[in-house]
Design a protein around this ligand. Structure first.
Ligand SMILES: CC(=O)SCCNC(=O)CCNC(=O)[C@H](O)C(C)(C)COP(=O)(O)OP(=O)(O)OC[C@H]1O[C@@H](n2cnc3c(N)ncnc32)[C@H](O)[C@@H]1OP(=O)(O)O
Length: 926
């Protein structure tokens, strides 16, 4: 909403005007200043507003200065409550107040100009004149305004005319007789804006020049009603001489007011309310601050209320004296006397921000919803992802009043938790859809699903059927047997896949008019293609497009129809006629916060194939390569992953790999290294190693490779760090952070770093004497870090940032990176696993950093910690030789901060939660 101020002129004055507004401090202060300015000119403002006789016997000079004084005081009053205009304009002498509101003149300069100009008119002995507002058209030259002159173009059907007293009287009489609106205006015997004012022009100029006021420039805020073109912005007293002798072009300015503006009339009396309401766009709000027929102070307060309702934010507390503490103990609290007034029924405004809210009940005992009980995972009934999509779809259709046949698109759907239902309870879901299309489904006040949704023309890939009639298929029985092994117990409508091609490129389902079931068939094909021994559910879906009409054109309504589903792994698409899912990201159900994983699959399988035998297998294969006395540093998560995958036997080539870091001895030479194994078969794929000094213990050496490989890869290959650059390393007390500090200091870089724990500061300083203690800050005080970096780098920022978390450290890092800098974001487990709810990865994916980073020509790199498996060979070779060189130069050393726990091979307690700073176990193999 734009705010416009309009200042009225003669005609708005009345006996007692402004008097009651003196209760408002800002108004009173401004008015009293005007009183002081005008006193030397014999104008007693206070008496004028207090005494009827003075008012009624005063001449035009008193009337005008009083109107302008009140308008100035109202501007100050509004400004005190933080109401400021985007545009201003004035009617006739109302333009004087514009000079004040625009800042061209102060109150004194404004009032002196009024006094001098009007006094010139009074002193010029002009022939007596009169003015009237008439319901005639400005452009209608045929109208009978004999001997009168149109002087103010007020509205399409209203103008003010001026002339001799007799001619105005005659015209008003004639018009009234003809049923046309006509009203004389109190212009105190003057025909302002007409030629009758011309004889006063020279005197006005002389008086104005006598004031010797500086020439100013009007701002673009002030739109002129006295100049035929608003282009000329030079402003001096001459502007007002022109105002008095030229017509008022009010209506053309009113027409420039956009729809959705708040127009505030500033005058002793809301003179133009009738006209504004007739002229403004119907979505505008016109508010007067005053009304002669009502008590001024309450009326003003009601107007302030209207400003608030219109969307402005008046600071109403400024209208009252400041509360001084302590207040008297006898002061009664107000709260008991404040109550809701329910007398009126209010229509809530549709302002584009309100949305539809719908409570949806899931009652599995009803006929329509009974089929949902066929969706069970690990003995619990789950409300399926497809059910949420159809729910949101229905709510939106109802909100916009359209049928479900209209194509719909969902985007960025995020499943924050799973929703269990049961036949005993009714599940209550609240679906909010914002006007922007953002939706959220909540259960028990917790967010379950979010995303965006809109009805729009569908945009789907053309289906290219990969279907070969001869390809092998799993039958329905085989499909659901496999699902069962992973914990799914689909029944009824949800046993919807009739067959699945073994390569998971296609499947057949059946359409029986149930959208939930059909959508779920597509999700089921995606789940089936990724099946492991954990039940998977969608965590995110990038896009879903549904065109029901297109689907219906392909099927016989009322007859169950077999329908092929296609899956393209490269396009990340699962689709059938009229429906397309893009980017369905699945996660084990246990990753969803409050899910009670019964652990059936995980733990039973865990004992059948123990982790120790898995590691013993690794050890044997390294021994076959002459690497003996191995120590493994293993990440519990990776072990868990290995455990999951090793039992997966879908008969499909599974490309998953597991990486492990180790140390050992080859032909009497101590080494440390990295090895990769097949996740499904535990077979060794590749191994690399580095020679290490004899004085390193094998236990310590096992912890070095991943941290330094990651740091070298990030800083040298991706970050291209150069000698003596400035570098920010977030979390220098993490393994990769410590390695990065070692490398950066080795290149004589200026290192800024943060630490998670103060106790690590002396350890870091001991390990790196070259590190400046002043540049090691707590990660909890990011703002200090930003200040320090900007100060030290003279506002340029750092050349390289290595960051491993989202949230505040990320935002600070983004602001601290210099032009042409390199921003390196560590991704635990890599982009592929970025939807993992147990870590920062999801937040990193959803973090927004803005484009400004790239406009500064900064490059952004996502760095996975499994470098060996995810990097090109030539890049890994660089890392390999740099790391060997670093060992030789003493840059690479065992980590000084303890992130590792010694563990027993036979220990079976791997899946227990452990402190977050203990990242790995070190196992000594026999
Ligand atoms: C130096 C100087 O300052 S010179 C400048 C001199 N001043 C002027 O030129 C100001 C001219 N304008 C005015 O005086 C006022 O805006 C007026 C007279 C047009 C309207 O003032 P109001 O206080 O609203 O008058 P009032 O309350 O009697 O309303 C007029 C009624 O007539 C109706 N009306 C019919 N035709 C018209 C018309 N052509 N113009 C205005 N009102 C009209 C209005 O709709 C309104 O009816 P409503 O009350 O049902 O809405």
């Amino acid at each position: 909403m734009e705010t416009w101020f309009v200042f009225s002129g003669l005609g708005s004055q009345w006996d007692g005007m402004g008097r009651d507004l003196l209760v408002f401090e800002a108004f009173r202060e401004a008015f009293e200043k005007s009183v002081d300015v005008l006193e030397p000119f014999g104008v007693d403002l206070k008496k004028y507003i207090a005494d009827s006789t003075t008012f009624n016997t005063s001449n035009i000079l008193f009337h005008t200065v009083c109107i302008i004084s009140i308008e100035i005081a109202l501007v100050d009053l509004l400004s005190s409550i933080d109401i400021a205009p985007k545009q201003i304009f004035g009617h006739s002498v109302g333009e004087f107040a514009c000079a004040y509101a625009d800042g061209c003149y102060n109150a004194k300069e404004t009032l002196l100009t009024v006094v001098e100009l009007i006094r010139a008119c009074v002193d010029s002995n002009l022939p007596p004149g009169a003015m009237a507002s008439v319901g005639l058209h400005w452009d209608d030259k045929e109208m009978p305004w004999k001997d009168t002159i149109p002087v103010c173009h007020n509205a399409i059907d209203n103008m003010t005319v001026a002339g001799s007293h007799a001619s105005i009287k005659e015209l008003v009489g004639n018009l009234k007789g003809a049923g046309i609106f006509a009203r004389e205006i109190k212009s105190q015997g003057f025909a302002i804006h007409s030629d009758l004012m011309k004889p006063a022009e020279a005197q006005m100029m002389e008086n104005i020049l006598g004031l010797n006021l500086p020439t100013k420039t009007r701002s673009s805020k002030w739109i002129s009603t006295s100049q035929s073109s608003d282009e000329i912005k030079v402003f001096s007293g001459r502007y007002f001489v022109n105002n008095i002798i030229s017509p008022v072009l009010f209506h053309p300015v009113v027409q420039r007011i956009p729809s959705h503006a708040v127009v505030i009339e500033i005058a002793p009396q809301g003179l133009f309310q009738t006209i504004l309401k007739r002229s403004l766009h119907e979505t505008c709000v016109s508010i007067s601050l005053t009304d002669r027929n009502q008590k001024s102070a309450p009326f003003f307060l009601r107007s302030v209320g209207k400003l608030f309702v219109s969307g402005l934010q008046p600071k109403i507390n400024k209208l009252y004296p400041e509360l001084k503490f302590p207040i008297r103990s006898a002061t009664l609290p107000l709260s008991s006397i404040i109550q809701w007034n329910h007398n009126d029924t209010w229509k809530v405004a549709e302002d584009g921000f309100s949305g539809a809210t719908n409570l949806v009940e899931i009652n599995l005992t009803t006929l329509a919803q009974r089929f949902y009980s066929g969706y069970k995972i690990n003995d619990q009934i789950l409300f399926p992802a497809s059910g949420f999509l159809v729910l949101v779809w229905r709510v939106l259709a109802e909100k916009v009043g359209t049928s479900l046949d209209y194509p719909i698109t969902f985007e960025n759907i995020v499943f924050n938790r799973v929703c269990f239902t049961s036949t005993q309870n009714i599940t209550k879901l609240v679906c909010n859809i914002h006007a922007s299309g953002y939706f959220e489904v909540r259960e028990n006040d917790k967010s379950v699903v979010t995303g965006s949704v809109r009805f729009e023309e569908p945009e789907m890939f053309d289906i290219e059927a990969p279907f070969s009639e001869y390809s092998k298929r799993f039958t329905q029985v085989e499909v659901y047997e496999r699902f069962k092994k992973a914990g799914y117990e689909f029944s009824g409508s949800f046993k919807s896949l009739l067959e699945v091609e073994v390569g998971n490129h296609s499947a057949i389902t059946i359409w029986e008019g149930n959208c939930v079931k059909l959508l779920d068939s597509l999700i089921q094909l995606e789940i089936f293609s990724n099946l492991s021994n954990h039940a998977l559910v969608p965590a995110r879906i990038d896009k879903v497009t549904i065109d029901l009409e297109c689907l219906r054109n392909q099927v016989d309504e009322g007859t169950p129809t077999e329908m092929p589903i296609y899956r393209d792994k490269n396009l990340k698409v699962v689709s059938c006629t009229g429906i397309e899912f893009r980017g369905v990201h699945l996660l084990p159900i246990k990753c969803f916060g409050d899910v009670q994983d019964n652990g059936k699959n995980c733990m039973t399988n865990f004992t059948t194939q123990s982790l120790s035998s898995f590691l013993v297998g690794f050890n044997k294969q390294l021994a076959a390569r002459n690497i003996i006395k191995c120590h493994f540093a293993v990440d519990p998560d990776i072990l868990e992953l290995a455990n999951n995958f090793i039992l997966t036997d879908l008969g499909i080539d599974d490309p998953s790999k597991i990486g492990a870091e180790f140390s050992g001895v080859i032909s009497g030479q101590k080494v440390m290294g990295l090895a990769t194994f097949h996740a499904t078969t535990a077979q060794l794929i590749s191994v690399v190693h580095w020679r290490i000094p004899d004085n390193w213990s094998l236990r310590d050496a096992a912890t070095v490779p991943t941290a330094y490989v990651t740091a070298y890869y990030a800083l040298i290959v991706r970050g291209n760090v150069k000698h003596k650059e400035n570098i920010l390393i977030q979390y220098g007390d993490e393994a990769v952070g410590e390695a990065a500090i070692a490398i950066a200091l080795g290149m004589k870089c200026t290192v800024f770093t943060t630490i998670r724990s103060e106790k690590n500061k002396p350890i870091l300083l001991n390990r790196f004497p070259a590190l400046d203690p002043a540049k090691i800050l707590s990660s909890k005080h990011c703002h200090n870090l930003e200040k320090l970096i900007q100060k030290v780098t003279k506002g340029k920022g750092v050349n390289v940032v290595l960051n491993s978390s989202s949230g505040n450290p990320m935002r600070v890092s983004v602001r601290c990176v210099a032009e042409y800098g390199r921003y390196l974001q560590l991704m635990d487990g890599g982009i592929k696993n970025a939807t993992d709810f147990r870590s920062d990865k999801k937040t990193i994916l959803e973090a927004t950093i803005g484009l400004s980073l790239f406009l500064r020509s900064v490059t952004f790199h996502g760095i996975c910690k499994d470098i060996m498996m995810s990097t090109k060979e030539e890049e890994f070779n660089i890392v390999h030789s740099k790391l060997q060189e670093g060992i030789g130069l003493g840059i690479v050393k065992p980590l000084s901060i303890k992130h590792f726990e010694d563990a027993q091979l036979k220990e079976a307690n791997w899946l227990q939660p452990r402190p977050s700073d203990l990242q790995k176990f070190v196992l000594e193999m026999e």
